[in-house]
Design a protein around this ligand. Structure first.
Ligand code: NAD
Length: 487
């Protein structure tokens, strides 16, 4: 346990200033189990102040040209990039993810989010039609919505927060953001750079705290007409209920139970390393991670043998060690939840091929109290099992055999979620056919996590409502008006 004088103490960022809070919550370093940071426990009062600041800043910010806003976004991207190593170290310590992942994925993507929307905001056009017989032209005009409430989760903290902040402010909105109470540090670090980037006070406000207190105060605030939320399906249901009386605009990016479908003509030399990453990257704590692997029966045994052998090579340990592949899970409670799924599977008669309860985990002395677990592969499990139906959100994946294309599509679609799917086959016709029939917002074939931010991102069924991306975020963060001119 750190001494109280060593603790990092965060402050809310409101109207361009860091403001202390009357109460705080503890934040843990997942790789040691120690409290190392105190996060403001904001509530109605803090949210009220932040919304007021955002409302005050709106008239000036929304009247700036896209070019002026773009320059500030680009400057902020440069400043984060200049500090990339410090941001990566902080993200790894706060979240438990490996330093390698933070250096190569989280922080570069946060930088890119700002650069991307700084550029894309310059290239939108609106629509125009002519009705010659009536002597009319119609055109659309887009304006920012107002104060945007942005709520983000703990798994990719700065990456997902900036995926909302960048388009929201690029479009001319002002914002109140609430990062996860478990991973608030890099959002606070970003606030320190805003003034230098030239961001006017009040455009970006960040309140820290829990979902039930700070998050709900934001969702229920009558002057916040729009909520962009990434997190669990359960929280999204609550947000939908709470925001309904205000008819708010909602974007909901939620959980997944993502299948990988591997046909017998797949190139296993590509498929196996990619499916390992898609199952275990970031400790399996990515909404897009694979957790159900369907393998065509002819190659099932070979796939399982090779996949398990490769899984066992993944090194679990101190996230700051650059040779480590799997860091710590976010919290003790989450670790216990993930482990309980493996126990349930075992009790149902499934076979644990490697990892939890099968292999031993040796941790460095300083990490004995951290929240670590071995990547785990489960086989001989029924489709109805909770491990095949519910989002586990940890380094656990199930592998099962299938025979035909029709059968596997039905089984892959047989869950409440529909976020991302992966299809492996060298038959182009089959790849298109299967991709079309999968109930999923994203389908990757013969690859995983290759993203073009221009194109829509989001889920179907319980995985979400709405899409994010260049055009989609622009449409969400603006209101459109149709204007008719008669001459
Ligand atoms: P969560 O729903 O518990 O929390 C997400 C955020 O919502 C946090 O900031 C939390 O404080 C806040 N929150 C909680 N209750 C709230 C309430 N009543 N009102 C307002 N805000 C509230 O999710 P989590 O555990 O932080 O994140 C993991 C989940 O996020 C997983 O289900 C994962 O699949 C999902 N996720 C989805 C995507 C995507 O793009 N689809 C990306 C990453 C994570």
């Amino acid at each position: 346990m750190a001494h109280s004088e060593d603790l990092l103490v965060l402050k809310n960022f409101i109207a361009g200033k860091f403001v202390p809070c009357s109460s705080y919550i503890d934040s843990y370093n997942p790789s040691t189990g120690d409290v190392y940071c105190r996060v403001p426990d904001s509530g109605i009062e803090e949210v009220e102040a932040a919304v007021r600041a955002a409302k005050d800043a709106f008239p000036i910010w929304s009247s700036k040209s896209p070019w002026e806003r773009s320059q500030i976004l680009n400057k902020l991207a440069d400043l984060i990039e200049d500090d990339l190593e410090a941001f990566a170290q902080a993200e790894s310590k706060d979240q438990g993810k490996t330093i390698t992942f933070a250096r190569t994925v989280d922080i570069p993507r946060a930088v890119y989010n700002f650069r991307f929307f700084a550029s894309s905001i310059l290239h939108h056009t609106t629509e125009c039609t002519e009705m010659a017989s009536m002597g009319c032209v119609h055109y659309t005009s887009r304006t920012p919505v107002g104060v945007a409430g942005l709520i983000s989760p703990w798994n990719l903290p700065l990456y997902l927060l900036t995926w909302k902040v960048a388009p929201a402010i690029a479009c001319g909105n002002t914002i109140v953001a609430k990062p996860s109470e478990m991973t608030s540090v890099t959002a606070w670090m970003m606030c320190k750079l805003l003034e230098k980037a030239g961001m006017p006070p009040g455009v970006v406000n960040v309140v820290f705290g829990t979902g039930t207190k700070a998050g709900e105060a934001l969702v229920c605030h009558p002057d916040v007409p729009l909520i962009s939320f990434t997190g669990s399906t359960l929280t999204a249901q609550r947000i939908t209920e709470k925001s309904a009386p205000h008819c708010k605009k909602l974007s909901l990016e939620l959980g997944g139970k993502n299948p990988a479908i591997i046909f017998d003509d797949a190139d296993l030399s590509q498929c196996i390393p990619t499916t390992l990453r898609s199952s275990f990257a970031n400790q399996g704590e990515i909404c897009l991670c694979t957790s159900r692997i369907f393998v065509q029966r002819g190659i099932y045994s070979e796939f399982v043998k090779r996949f398990v052998a490769e899984t066992k090579k993944w090194k679990v340990g101190n996230p700051s060690d650059p040779t480590v592949d799997v860091g710590a899970l976010i919290s003790k409670e989450h670790l216990e939840k993930v482990r309980s799924y493996v126990k349930k599977a075992k009790a149902e008669g499934a076979r644990i091929l490697c990892g939890e309860g099968v292999d031993s985990l040796a941790l460095p002395a300083g990490n004995q109290k951290g929240y670590f677990m071995l990547p785990t592969v489960i086989a001989e499990i029924k489709d109805e099992s909770c491990c095949m139906q519910e989002e586990i959100f940890g380094p656990v994946t199930c592998v099962v055999a299938f025979d035909t294309e029709d059968e596997v599509i039905k089984r892959a679609n047989g869950v409440k979620y529909g976020l991302a799917a992966t299809v492996w086959s060298s038959n182009v016709g089959r790849v298109h056919r299967v991709a079309r029939r999968l109930q999923s917002g994203l389908v990757w074939t013969n690859c995983w996590l290759v993203r073009d931010l221009n194109l829509p991102f989001g889920g179907v069924k319980a995985s979400g409502i709405g899409r994010e991306g260049a055009k989609d975020s622009y449409e969400f963060f603006t209101e459109v008006k149709t204007i008719t001119i008669k001459h």
